[in-house]
Design a protein around this ligand. Structure first.
Ligand code: ADP
Ligand code: MG
Length: 701
């Protein structure tokens, strides 16, 4: 049977059902999945020693005949011990396997075996303890080894599916795999000294030297980095060919708008705004990422851009899209507060509510049908909303600018939906407070131009952060009461209790319990409110506005407040089960306080005594900014943490980028070279095809 990469593993007769189940647990369903399940390290067992020459501490392979094999049970501990005596022409040695009684059935007296393990002294004799083993003489004759006497790949395992099992499965598959077409240009491979794809795949699983394995690995890392860079470059080039609505800015008008603000923009904000305005005045669509630490003031920068777009003579509209309803409402409130003289319609569209502000200080509620008409006729110039914005029925007259907050929550697909029907491709600005290290940004978002807000507005106080041990809980509560007496407000964040099936509900349970405890027992004298994702949107809106208007003192909530929520009077962020959150997320939570004039505090509650938890949480105390924290989080937890699981394939590529800065540079260089010579990849059809496939694979959802 010739196997293709797409062949489902279940179609391969020699793979037994019990293996299939385990392979599925590792997410491996096709031949490609299995073959791309790469070893994470290798062991060198190439050296075969004669038994007589073996010394204590040696880690070598020996080969010989089984003279005797017995299964014993220790009287005290009732442990199984398989004992075998192996001998070659120089001598003999005992091999011991603990608690692997089945070995007795795999190895029989008279068989020629190959064993790889560490020679140690056991009861004053030299023995091999738990060596890897395989039989050399089968009924088909002597065969090559897979688990001893060579470089042995070690794979990520799952319970019941060992590296040995994976090696056993992979070898025959490699042998009957159909040849894959090479898509990297031959001269590129030659220059970079990288192996051809079929060879590389074989060498990664069955290398004859560690060096060979490394080169093979490098090839695949390079290939992914290169394809990603190429995809991004292609996207960038494609945008350069699109026409965008011209947004000419009037410097005087901008100055007036800025003067009306209650604060002066920081230098970074000004620079970012300037970069954005330059892009808007070009005839091609902007595609820019505005990155800035939590609280650095991204909203107003994007807001001014929206204002400029809405004030152009060519009647353009701007859209402001937020990941949650709470945030959408907050952005709406911010815009109508800052732009109170703006008469051309700022609209809010969320699932169950629509309203418009026309600069008269009044928000007008309006039926959805009429609202959509106002949008379609271009009367609403700035439209703020959630996913509701990309639903059917929302048509724009003349879309000029799309702003997306916390973009990692939106996929490319949704973005495309928003652009649907537009005659000209609107400008695009995405904002993110997710502190992604620069290397990563340049790898993953190399299709975007980057503006970074580096500093926080002046006068922000450092947030005092403390890890609170269980015995100090009462003290913390007393402190909180004191703060509330002085008029401050408090967030209490609860993680979900456990990884239940219905995670959203178990999160709710945790919040409810905590809410009841605080409201009834701890703070019966204070106004405690509760917020979670399962509430109706009107309820959520009411709870948030109560908090804004100081109708409540303490808000017990879930991670729904994670991104963007802005309540300057809140000064305490208390996080339950802090060890359950990623650092980036904790950082976001903490960013909810310290937004006003008062000293703010963040209390991290944890019952975990693990040293690693402590070290992680402590990094929140020491890191100077989100970027530093991100580097740290990346180092200890891997990039999946802050990129989010949804970005399939990305964390993996990101990891490669971080681990191989040189290779990344190479991939970027090669991308530039090839795009320069052959921008459409006309002379590289195999590469072009692979690129299309790659886009589907990483589907940036
Ligand atoms: P983020 O970048 O996290 O989205 P926001 O845009 O929500 O931050 O801004 C945080 C707070 O800082 C808001 O209350 C905003 O009005 C305020 N702010 C923004 N820019 C400045 C500034 N230059 N000086 C003082 N306060 C500012
Ligand atoms: Mg924000």
């Amino acid at each position: 049977m010739v196997l293709a990469l797409e062949t489902p593993l279940e179609d391969i007769p020699r793979i037994q059902r019990r293996f299939l189940v385990k392979l599925n647990k590792l997410g491996l369903k096709t031949v490609k999945d299995l073959l791309w399940h790469f070893p994470f390290r290798y062991e060198d067992w190439r050296e075969i020693s004669r038994i007589a020459e073996l010394r204590p501490g040696d880690e070598k392979t020996i080969q010989g005949e089984i003279i005797e094999i017995t299964l014993k049970r220790t009287p005290q501990k009732r442990m199984f011990i398989t004992e075998a005596l192996i001998s070659d022409e120089t001598g003999s040695i005992q091999a011991l396997w603990f608690n692997q009684p089945y070995i007795r059935h795999s190895l029989q007296k008279g068989k020629m075996v190959s064993l790889a393990g560490k020679a140690t002294l056991y009861k004053n004799r030299l023995v091999l303890q738990n060596p890897a083993y395989e039989i050399l003489n089968t009924r088909y004759g002597v065969r090559g080894t897979s688990h001893t006497a060579r470089i042995i790949p070690i794979y990520p395992e799952t319970k019941g599916l060992t590296s040995k099992g994976i090696r056993y499965l992979i070898k025959p598959i490699l042998e009957s795999l159909e040849k894959m077409p090479e898509f990297l240009p031959a001269d590129m491979l030659r220059e970079l000294k990288l192996p051809e794809i079929n060879i590389a795949l074989r060498q990664i699983h069955l290398p004859s030297s560690v060096d060979e394995a490394e080169q093979a690995k490098k090839r695949f890392s390079f290939q992914d980095l290169f394809l990603l860079q190429l995809k991004n470059a292609e996207e960038k080039a494609a945008l350069q060919k699109e026409q965008a609505p011209l947004i000419k800015y009037d410097l005087e008008e901008i100055k007036d708008a800025l003067k009306a603000l209650p604060f002066e923009l920081t230098d970074s904000q000004k620079k970012a705004l300037w970069e954005i305005l330059q892009d808007l005045s070009k005839p091609h669509p902007m595609n820019r990422l505005l990155q800035g630490d939590v609280g650095s003031g991204k909203t107003i920068v994007a807001g001014i851009a929206a204002l400029v777009s809405a004030q152009t003579p060519n009647n353009l509209q701007a859209v402001f899209m937020a990941p949650t309803e709470i945030l959408a409402r907050q952005h709406f409130d911010t815009l109508i507060k800052f732009f109170k003289d703006f008469e051309n319609g700022i609209g809010l569209l969320v699932a169950k509510e629509t309203k418009i502000f026309y600069g008269d200080g009044l928000e007008t509620k309006i039926t959805k049908t009429n609202f959509l008409k106002e949008v379609a006729t271009g009367k609403v110039k700035i439209l703020v909303g959630t996913h509701a914005l990309i639903q059917k029925g929302v048509e724009f007259k003349n879309l000029g600018l799309v702003v997306v907050d916390e973009q990692h929550r939106f996929g490319v697909k949704q973005r495309a939906l928003l652009l649907r029907g537009a005659r000209l491709m609107p400008h695009f600005l995405s904002m993110s407070a997710t502190p992604i290290p620069r290397t990563l940004t340049m790898t993953i978002f190399s299709n975007l131009d980057l503006s970074i807000i580096k500093e926080l507005p002046k006068g922000r106080k450092n947030i005092i952060t403390k890890i609170v041990a269980p015995e100090n809980r009462d003290k913390a509560y007393a402190f909180i009461r004191g703060q509330v007496r002085r008029g401050r407000q408090v967030f209490v964040i609860c993680p979900r209790i456990e990884k239940a099936e219905d995670t959203a509900w178990s999160e709710v349970k945790a919040v409810k319990e905590e809410y009841e405890k605080l409201e009834k027992n701890v703070f019966p004298d204070l106004k405690v409110a509760m917020l979670h994702g399962k509430l109706k949107s009107e309820e959520k809106a009411k709870i948030m506005s109560d908090l804004q208007n100081k109708q409540s003192d303490i808000l017990v909530t879930t991670s729904v407040v994670e991104v963007g929520v802005d309540v300057p009077n809140a000064t305490i962020m208390m996080i339950e089960g802090a060890e359950r959150f990623g650092l980036a997320q904790l950082y976001q939570f903490r960013g909810r306080v310290g937004r006003g004039e008062h000293q703010s505090f963040c209390f991290l509650f944890t019952d975990s005594k693990a040293a690693q938890t402590e070290a992680r949480l402590k990094s929140l105390l020491t890191a100077k900014n989100g970027f530093e924290l991100a580097e740290y989080d990346l180092a200890i937890r891997g990039p999946g943490e802050f990129l989010g699981e949804a970005q399939t394939g990305m964390p993996d590529i990101a990891l490669k980028a971080i681990q191989n800065p040189e290779l990344l540079k190479m991939a970027q260089e090669k991308t530039r070279e090839i795009i320069k010579k052959d921008p459409e990849l006309k002379n590289h059809p195999a590469l072009k095809e692979k690129l299309n496939q790659f886009e589907k694979e990483i589907h940036l959802e």
